[in-house]
Design a binder for this molecule. Structure first.
Ligand code: ZN
Ligand code: ZN
Ligand code: FE
Length: 768
């Protein structure tokens, strides 16, 4: 007889790992115990040596679907002669960290029960098991046990308890397990109507069918729902939310239903059906019956499949609009009272339930590029799953940027990115941000030793992070925006500390280190010690928020910079009222409210206006999205080579001026070349610019790894073309698969940058 102790780290709590271990030990007739520690799962097994070896092998080979092992340490112990194998109550918290699993969509076994009239959980909207259900959104602290979740107040009935304690049952130690006798319930409130349980779900569905807007409490917060084919309901929802033209997401009952709305590739289907159940952006079909108000002007729809039992019960025909329960610019509503107040003017009725949401978590959004997911928003189903770092870091808090904010807490080899917080522009969002920071720091027991913020002094996040650090006497590292994007793409791919790479960071805007606005950058270096090798030529751009929303002003600026007269035959000139034109001309002449900018995002806006796609954007990147869509189905042609950039090297970063490109586009516009053709040539030109920047870096610095990051690389046409050109030229190309290329991924880069800066004083950032 021998005894062995295994200490297992990774995603091993809340994923059915302990029941799996107990089942395995009993199958092999081993005695001992398994126990959750806050940092690991500890197993001790006793029996003949060969059987212990078999146990060790099966531990990794037969892992439950949601578990992921980072490390297993095995040590020999003195045999104790236990009489059986048992699951020990959780050890007290303290010390090391364990991953918290994300929320996972209802599994096939649970779904079968949900639809089985003879099952005791038939049509019960909160059924789950060890392989599915809510996790991150209901866990308050570790170790993960029912007592540390918002399920605490629901005492299990005898039947649920028996399943929970039966090692052979798939609900063995499923912490959120429940049934109609002992678990949470739904109820409907609308006007004078109040109904409970199954009737509440039928009533909510009927109200949606009749054209009402119903607030639904879900997994990570409230949604606002309406019938996606009901024009009046969708446009009313748009009006109430103050949403402009920004597209709404849909939930469709099945993959077949999605296929009736959209052209779905196999890779997109795989994303739709993945356990995270994100919103997937898929190309829409004509005449699908979806209201034109759902996604005006878009050739894609954001669609997701039901991911909780409640959704499966509600969205039976669909599709429904399911958009986050908030007014635009505010965080998503979380608890019932808050929803009653904040959503009163948005919803006609409410479908509530009494399981509390501890952490709000919006739906995630992905596109598919080159067969792989391209995260646009990483939130429910992913957060707080860590990004594994290739090196160890001290405890750090990185607060992110301003738009699409996330933050990151990292320590050791793990970088935990928060769920999507939203645009950090209001006090409400800041409050939600603070709450989420507290939750993640507590969950992973991390006490930051350094705080990373964006270099922009005006960002709410930078101010909050600096104050937070000051209150604790911690150093603050200010990280240049595009340096953070660069570090993020390297970290995501596990690039080693001493490795050099070129980051092509094509972005909207970020605060530069030289008083200009950056955004079309070729950055050479590792995680720190980053040099600006090249940039898009500096163009004086009108810089107010209103200017940026009005793409024709950016087009006029690029025309002026290229020395092209503002003639009436050009779309942006026609889009600008004569009086405005005079004001703008004076601003350009006197440099009023102008800033030098190398922004690639603004160049896309300008070109969208120049070829007549869109002159004003109601939401971020609208013009660029439509410009990409305009080129669909059009192949690159040789004539696009005329769309070049002029290379200027006068010491300092190489500048690539857009003037020749602007002239070529003007010529094509005047020659009546189609918008789609111009767009295709433009995308090709930007990809070739990336290739030229990379070739320069290889020639001067010997760099052969190229990372693509920044919000412009949400553009799949550009991404595909750039990757193809670079790979054909022998580069190793890194693209985002785990975190978004937009500012949602920024905090990861800030965290690793800051971690390296504090450990390598020589690489401290400029002006830190
Ligand atoms: Zn299940
Ligand atoms: Zn029960
Ligand atoms: Fe950015």
């Amino acid at each position: 007889m021998a005894r062995r102790r295994f200490t297992v780290r990774g995603v091993v709590q809340g994923v059915g790992f302990r029941p799996f271990v107990a089942g395995l030990a009993r199958r092999l007739a081993l005695v001992g115990f398994v126990r959750n520690d806050s940092g690991a799962v500890v197993i001790e097994v006793e029996g003949p040596e060969p059987v212990l070896d078999a146990f060790a092998g099966a531990l990794t080979a037969e892992l439950p679907p949601l578990a992921a092992i980072d490390s297993i340490a095995a040590t020999a112990r003195e045999p104790l002669g236990d009489s059986a194998f048992h699951i020990d109550p959780s050890a007290a918290a303290g010390g090391r960290r364990t991953s918290v699993p994300p929320d996972v969509a209802t599994c096939a076994a649970c779904l079968a029960e949900l639809r089985d009239p003879h099952d005791r959980r038939f049509a019960y909207p909160f059924l789950n098991c060890t392989h599915c259900g809510p996790r991150f959104t209901i866990i308050e602290s570790l170790p993960y046990d029912r007592a540390t979740t918002t399920m605490r107040r629901f005492g299990m009935c005898d039947a649920c308890r028996a399943e929970y304690e039966d090692p052979g049952n798939r609900r063995y130690h499923a912490e959120p397990t429940a049934c109609p006798d002992c678990g949470p319930h739904v109820w409907f409130e609308g006007g004078a109507t109040r109904v409970e349980r199954a009737a509440a779900i039928d009533t909510a569905r009927a109200w949606v069918h009749d054209g009402s807007i119903v607030a639904l409490k879900g997994i990570g917060g409230f949604h606002l729902a309406c019938d996606a084919s009901h024009d009046a309901a969708v446009s009313e929802l748009r009006r109430r939310k103050g949403r402009g033209d920004k597209p709404f997401a849909l939930m469709a009952p099945s993959l077949d239903a999605v296929r009736r709305l959209c052209h779905v590739s196999d890779d997109e289907a795989a994303q739709l059906e993945s356990r995270a159940r994100p919103i997937v952006l898929v190309r829409r079909r004509e005449g699908s019956g979806v209201s034109p108000h759902v996604a005006p002007g878009q050739d894609h729809l954001g669609v997701m499949l039901p991911y909780s039992p409640l959704h499966h019960l509600l969205v039976t025909d669909g599709p429904w609009v399911l958009t986050s329960g908030n007014r635009s610019d505010e965080p998503i509503a979380r608890d019932n009272d808050e929803a009653r107040t904040r959503l009163a003017s948005l919803a006609d009725a409410f479908l509530f339930h009494d399981r509390d949401i501890h952490a709000v978590c919006d739906d995630s959004v992905v596109r598919v590029a080159r067969g792989a997911p391209l995260p646009i928003r990483r939130s429910r189903g992913f957060a707080p799953f860590p990004v594994r770092l290739p090196f160890e870091v001290p405890p750090v808090l990185a607060v992110g940027g301003e738009l699409k904010a996330t933050f990151c807490v990292a320590a050791g080899h793990d970088a935990y990115l928060s769920q999507h917080i939203g645009d950090m522009e209001t006090v409400e969002t800041l409050t939600a941000f603070e709450r989420a920071v507290d939750h993640l720091l507590r969950l992973f027991d991390i006490a930051p030793s350094v705080v990373a913020v964006d270099h922009h002094p005006g960002y709410l996040s930078s101010q909050w992070g600096s104050a937070w650090a000051a209150a604790r006497g911690l150093p603050v590292v200010r990280v240049q925006h595009h340096h953070a994007h660069h570090a993020a793409i390297l970290a995501e791919h596990g690039i080693a500390l001493d490795q050099q790479a070129l980051g092509l960071i094509f972005d909207g805007t970020g605060y530069g280190l030289d008083g200009t606005v950056w955004g079309g950058e070729a950055l050479a270096g590792g995680y720190t010690g980053i040099e600006r090798a090249a940039r898009l030529g500096l163009t004086p751009l009108p810089a107010s928020d209103a200017d940026v929303r009005h793409g024709f002003r950016l087009a006029l600026a690029h025309l002026a910079a290229a020395g092209v007269e503002w003639d009436d035959d050009l779309p942006p000139v026609r889009a600008c009222a004569p009086a405005d034109r005079a004001v703008l001309a004076r601003r350009f002449a006197q440099g009023i409210g102008m800033v030098g900018s190398s922004s690639m995002g603004r160049l896309f806006d300008a070109v969208a206006s120049l070829c007549g796609v869109r002159h004003a954007s109601a939401y971020e990147a609208q013009a660029a999205i439509e410009l990409e869509a305009a080129a669909r189905g059009i192949a690159d042609d040789d004539a696009g080579v005329r769309y070049g950039f002029a290379r200027v090297a006068l010491g300092g970063p190489v500048e690539w001026l857009a003037a020749p490109l602007i002239h070529a586009i003007v010529d094509d516009v005047r020659a009546g070349v189609s918008i789609g053709r111009i767009s295709a040539r433009f995308h090709d030109a930007v990809a070739r610019l990336g290739l030229q920047m990379a070739r320069d870096a290889r020639a001067t610095e010997g760099v052969d790894i190229v990372g693509l990051s920044g919000g412009v690389f949400q553009n799949v046409r550009l991404l595909d073309r750039t990757v193809a050109l670079l790979e054909a030229d022998g580069f190793r190309v890194l693209t985002h698969r785990l975190v978004p290329p937009n500012d949602g991924g920024l905090s990861l880069g800030q965290a690793v940058y800051a971690a390296q800066s504090v450990r390598l004083p020589a690489a401290a950032p400029p002006a830190a």
